[in-house]
Design a protein around this ligand. Structure first.
Ligand code: ADP
Length: 521
């Protein structure tokens, strides 16, 4: 039977004894001739799901991938394993392209990697029409979805082009993005039936997640990097300038560090990437431009120096840690002002109002991740649609030994203040009223006349703002849509105002409180 051959190919070409979760099922669907969706976390082993069928089916499998810079590495690795593969992309001269096409038409290759735009070249497409193509693998298939985090217009045209191919290939879409909407878009675009969607659990039991709040980020990094000098790790920053300055800072401490962002030339990016892949440097500072498709198995930590823009990007980037299955850390260094940077970047990147609202909502869910007291792994799994997620026991929330205190009264203060202000304002204004700020805007609105004015004046503006973030993350408060989100009381919050629900929060230890405690001894 064809599938038994799949297992022996796994051993022969890749040296593995058994399939991982989801691989066998995906390969079975493909070999039975069904269009298939394969949704697995980064590092789950998606490539094998189309590489093995390509060996078992007659003809050349086409792999569509947006990752031009990695095609060469992927093809080299296949050739090394004894599988004939090649790529055609913009890095080749036209005579090289012709030569490869000639070889492809002679049936030399089992796999041909191309970028989606290549399909739109009439000359290339004509050639494809005359080939026996049993399978088309659409890698990073979430790029098909306009609501995904990485939409590429050329991905939208893939399916109509595929339907024009006389060989009527089977299509497999592969991605690590599992939100229900993206999944649905992939299945609609690539004509995949629900029963042919393979989705593995998204839990990565070797990763421990941490959110660090209220600490100086630079000194945290200094200390962490020194402690983990021997280990491979990536630090992600939100902007090119941040990458440059962090890189410079680490170098000034004598730390060997690479850097990567889209503002660098292609050759220096390649150079830096290779240094990291070959362990010439263990540490990389980069924007999110770095890492897609990179197969480096021994990354022990991924730190986000700034808040990522959404949970999809976060889990994809963080998931680059620990592909070898060994314990690894994923850390977000949270600072409230980063929300503004991400907001700005989102507003710059889209002029589609529906998309803007959606992206801002995704950002809010990322902020909520930083404020929740739930297990962080469980939060991630819930986000990706897994209903049953148990507490991981490893993340910074699960290992937090602080006791939970009753903050119902403070919650009532915040919520009733919001109602008195007409539920038309954002977090900062609300926190200012609660702490009794004499800000001109507060006085102009006569909010100093409200009975809730200054009722939390014993706390700082920052503490109250963080408390509001906590109430948002626990869904007592709703965030409105748009660039200047106003806050309103959620149904769960109304229960608190009516005294029907109690709110518990981990005791907040403030730095000045620690100092005072020390003075007692
Ligand atoms: P993804 O594309 O899902 O991010 P890859 O296809 O790059 O993941 O695979 C990640 C790593 O897992 C690779 O190093 C790959 O060789 C390894 N791998 C894949 N399948 C298996 C398997 N059945 N057994 C052991 N290791 C595997």
């Amino acid at each position: 039977m064809l599938f038994e051959k799949a297992l022996s190919q796994l051993k022969t070409y890749f040296g593995y004894d058994s399939f991982r979760q989801g691989q066998e099922q995906t390969i079975r669907h493909i070999l039975e001739g069904h269009n298939t969706a394969c949704i697995m976390p980064t590092g789950g082993g998606k490539s094998i799901c189309y590489q093995i069928p390509s060996l078992l089916l007659e003809g050349t499998t086409i792999v569509i991938s947006p990752l031009i810079s990695l095609m060469k590495d992927q093809v080299d690795a296949l050739n090394e394993a004894g599988i004939s593969a090649t790529y055609i992309n913009s890095s080749l001269t036209s005579s090289e392209v012709e030569e490869r096409l000639e070889e492809v038409s002679l049936g030399v290759y089992k796999l041909l990697y191309i970028a989606p735009e290549r399909l739109e070249s009439p000359f290339f497409f004509e050639q494809l029409k005359s080939l026996p193509i049993p399978l088309i693998a659409v890698d990073e298939a979430h790029c098909i979805s306009q609501w995904g985090h990485d939409f590429r217009p050329s991905y939208l045209r893939i399916s109509s082009l595929i339907s024009e191919l006389p060989s009527k290939p089977i299509v497999v879409g592969l991605t690590a993005t599992a939100t229900p909407q993206v999944r649905e878009d992939i299945c609609t675009a690539l004509q995949i039936q629900e029963q042919n969607t393979v989705m593995t659990g998204f839990e990565r039991s070797n990763l421990s997640f941490t959110v660090v709040k209220g600490q100086d980020r630079l000194s945290y990094i200094d200390e962490y990097v020194k402690k983990n000098e021997q280990e491979a790790g990536i630090i992600y920053a939100a902007t090119r300038q941040e990458v440059d300055s962090l890189h410079e800072h680490l170098q000034s401490l004598g730390i060997q560090v690479g850097k990567y962002h889209a503002g660098m030339s292609a050759s220096s990016r390649d150079h830096e990437q290779n240094r990291f892949l070959q362990d010439d440097v263990t540490l990389m500072v980069a924007t999110s431009a770095f890492g897609m498709g990179i197969d480096k198995s021994n990354i022990r930590f991924v730190i986000h120096y700034q808040l990522p823009k959404n949970m999809e990007s976060y889990y994809q980037e963080a998931g680059r840690a620990g592909r070898d299955g060994l314990p690894s850390e994923c850390i977000v260094l949270y600072s409230a002002q980063d929300i503004r940077i991400q907001r700005f970047l989102i507003e710059q990147s889209t002029n589609h109002s529906g998309k803007l609202v959606q992206d801002l909502e995704k950002l809010q869910q990322m902020v909520n991740y930083c404020h929740t007291e739930e297990c962080l792994q469980a939060y991630i799994l819930h986000y990706f649609g897994e209903e049953e997620a148990h507490a991981c026991g490893r993340c910074s929330n699960c290992t937090d030994t602080r006791t939970a205190v009753d903050v119902t009264v403070d919650t009532q203060k915040v919520l009733s203040c919001m109602i008195r202000m007409g539920e038309r304002f954002g977090k900062t204004m609300i926190a200012q009223v609660l702490t009794g700020s004499k800000n001109k805007k507060i006085l102009d609105f006569r909010f100093d006349q409200l009975s809730t004015y200054g009722v939390m004046s014993k706390q700082s503006l920052k503490e109250v703002s963080e408390f509001i973030e906590f109430l948002i993350s626990e869904q007592y408060i709703l965030v409105g849509q748009g660039s200047f989100p106003t806050l309103s009381v959620a149904a769960k919050g109304k229960g608190v105002l009516l005294g029907e629900e109690k709110v518990m929060r981990k005791e907040q230890i403030q730095v000045n409180q620690l100092v005072q405690d020390d003075e007692l001894f």
